[in-house]
Design a protein around this ligand. Sequence first.
Ligand code: 6PG
Length: 233
Amino acid sequence: MKIERFADLEAVSRAGADEFVQLARASTGTFRVALSGGSTPKRMHELLAAMGPHALPWDRVELWFGDERTVPPDHPDSNYAMAKRTLIDPLRLGNVHRMEGERDPVAAAADYERELVAAAGAPPVLDLVFLGMGPDGHTASLFPGSPAVGERQRYVVANPVDSPVAKGKTTRLTLTVPVLCAARHVRFLVAGADKAGVLASVLEGPRGRYPSQLVEGSDVVWFVDQAAAKELR
Ligand code: 6PG
């Protein structure tokens, strides 16, 4: 695991966008990317959209999602809605595999898993996975203490969550640790002073305490801004 520090969210976002471009251009065949939800990736999406449709081979890119809230696709909390507004619509992207948050979550997770395995194998090997990290050390929708954190057989599950970070009791659709670890490239984008304490614990503290610590692989890089990196040694 590597850590790259940047001045601010804008620089983190540009680094993430450049990484997407470089890795996609260097690939051959279908390039499968899982987008993260939350607010951090918005600016990266906007920068990618501003680069225009020819910055990378979008016709070979499949967009997947790391997780989704159990809301309709036009709901303000929908990760898909954010990606649609900031990236998919501006670039008129096809090849988008949406997690159907409006459906029964168990059925929607099973269907998404079937779709992902059919495309990327078992375990599904994604080319690039973007992840964020919450102030409690969660990533995707693997919240501390939630059942999905320990899931090692399934690839997509409906995860019952009860956390103030998730606005209380809810169910989330999420990729599981085996998928996040099978990815060829993982990029965490973390910014903001509110993440500084947990980032230091996740990256430098005892292992096995936070879901974000479970994401290991041959190329996991944390893109962090100075504010989030403040408590790192
Ligand atoms: C989600 C995300 C989640 C997010 C973190 C960080 O659905 O919310 O997948 O894992 O990456 O909560 O969120 P921010 O980027 O908003 O801080």
